[in-house]
Write a protein that binds this ligand. Sequence first.
Ligand SMILES: [Zn+2]
Length: 83
Amino acid sequence: MAWFLVKEYRRKRGTNTWHWCQNCPDWPTEDYDHWLGTGRPQDGPLDQVCAQNEKSNSCVFKTMDDVLKKQKKLPGTGRPVSP
Ligand SMILES: [Zn+2]
């Protein structure tokens, strides 16, 4: 797997729409589920705002690299990542 292409997707608990642009106004920062992969999450709709950002190349997204770096800095937080 091309791990550097892995993106983090998040959705707020209680909703089923996935977000993957950190600059999305609806990007969940607490109380969210997350999903990591090179494709798309299959179990819910994708956010239209994120899709639009991606189309216009203004989507700020996290890669696996960022996630791993963050985990090194903050051990014990978040769920383990298995690529
Ligand atoms: Zn979004």
